[in-house]
Design a protein around this ligand. Structure first.
Ligand code: ATP
Ligand code: MG
Length: 231
């Protein structure tokens, strides 16, 4: 039997919860992503891009439709099982690079490996290597709340990559970076699917970033629409 795709979303509809209940955030959205493939999602502010990533990470239960990640429906897992599944399967880079402010950049990047029970030497070694590859080694020992927006994004990316998740979700990973840092981060990010076979879903407002992905989807009126590549 063929392996299930990394992401298979069908008929995904999500309505907001009370007290704001009844607003349709996603409407009959569909997408797939294969292992080894990168997909960019674009769309105006407020169109539901971050909400879509949260659905892929199993953080929202769909009102209708299905989200399958490597054949597993995260919304169907019990909370403790869902947390373990997420730790082993999904690397999520939040839009604002949410880090634990009192920990250093290095400690933040090593955290998922420590939670997963790996040794300190391996966890900190991996975290330091990733920070170096992402151009953030100089701030490894700085507390996270002293980092710039761009540094925070790179540390958040290192943290998401630390466990080599088979599904990597990145929400505006270059939103706070200048052109040169964007190029460096993109070279690493878009190389990952070929390098270790993960699927990558990137939300971005930057057409140059979107064009580095294998496929592009536009989020409009709650639905996903395939858009052509560079002419
Ligand atoms: N937990 C929630 N409950 C109710 N509404 C929400 C919730 N989270 C987001 N929304 C609403 O859903 C819509 C989509 O939000 P989302 O954050 O997914 O947009 P986005 O496309 O990521 O925007 P941006 O480009 O500004 O990051 C917005 O109108 C937002 O106010
Ligand atoms: Mg967003």
């Amino acid at each position: 039997m063929a392996a299930p795709p990394a992401v298979a979303v069908a008929g995904l509809t999500l309505t907001s919860a009370p007290p704001d209940g009844g607003r349709v955030l996603l409407r009959n959205a569909a997408m797939t992503a294969a292992a080894g493939e990168s997909v960019a999602v674009t769309g105006p502010s407020g169109s539901g891009k971050s909400t879509l990533l949260a659905c892929l990470a199993g953080l929202h239960r769909p009102t209708a439709g299905t989200v399958l990640v490597y054949g597993t429906e995260p919304a169907g897992l019990r909370p403790a099982r869902a947390a373990a599944w997420r730790l082993g399967t999904v690397g999520l880079v939040h839009q604002s690079g949410e880090l634990l402010p009192e920990l250093s950049a290095l400690e933040n990047a090593a955290l998922p490996l420590l939670i997963a029970g790996r040794g300190r030497r391996e966890a900190y070694g991996t975290a330091r290597r990733l920070l170096r590859e992402l151009g953030a080694e100089a701030v490894a020992d700085s507390p996270a709340d002293a980092l710039s927006g761009g540094e925070r994004q790179r540390v958040a990316l290192a943290r998401a990559l630390s466990t080599r998740p088979p599904l990597l979700l990145a929400d505006e990973p270059t939103g706070a970076l200048d052109e040169r840092a964007t190029d460096e981060v993109c070279a690493l990010l878009f190389g990952l699917p070929a390098q270790y076979g993960c699927a990558l879903v990137v939300v971005t407002h930057d057409p140059a970033v979107a064009h580095r992905a294998h496929r592009r989807l536009a989020l409009r009126d709650g639905g996903l629409h395939e858009t052509p590549g560079r002419p």
